[in-house]
Design a protein around this ligand. Structure first.
Ligand SMILES: [Fe+2]
Length: 124
């Protein structure tokens, strides 16, 4: 029986047919490389270009942070359900961090499963 984490596609682990889906399903994370401790900054997540039809769409985006030295990780920052046709798979968050962190984004496609990407943020 596979652990749930092994069901998540990443650009590094996608194989076979999934390789052709990497570009259209992996969340694109826009975040500064460095931020100041405790100061709000923007995180923008986009998925696609990807179809946005009732039969095939991005239905969910989740954003987590892994905070360095925290005993338990990750922290869920946002979880957004999207309605096909009407909602584009994009979201923007305002976040404050106090320690070096890794931002993880997950996108869920109703046909092609769960996809992950990540970006490191240094906190000064
Ligand atoms: Fe898809």
């Amino acid at each position: 029986m596979k652990a749930f984490g092994s069901l998540i596609y990443t650009p590094e682990t996608a194989s076979g047919e999934a390789v052709s889906k990497v570009e259209s399903h992996t969340p694109k994370i826009e975040v500064p490389d460095k931020v100041k401790a405790g100061e709000p900054f923007k995180i923008r997540i986009r998925v696609g270009p990807h179809p946005n039809k009732v039969e095939h769409y991005i239905g969910r985006i989740e954003v987590y942070v892994y905070e360095k030295d925290r005993p338990f990780n990750p922290i869920l920052l946002a979880s957004v359900s999207l309605t096909p046709v009407y909602s584009e798979p994009e979201l923007e968050l305002t976040v404050k961090l106090n320690k070096d962190s890794i931002i993880y984004a997950l996108s869920y496609c109703n046909l092609h499963g769960l996809w992950e990407s990540r970006k490191e943020v240094k906190v000064e």
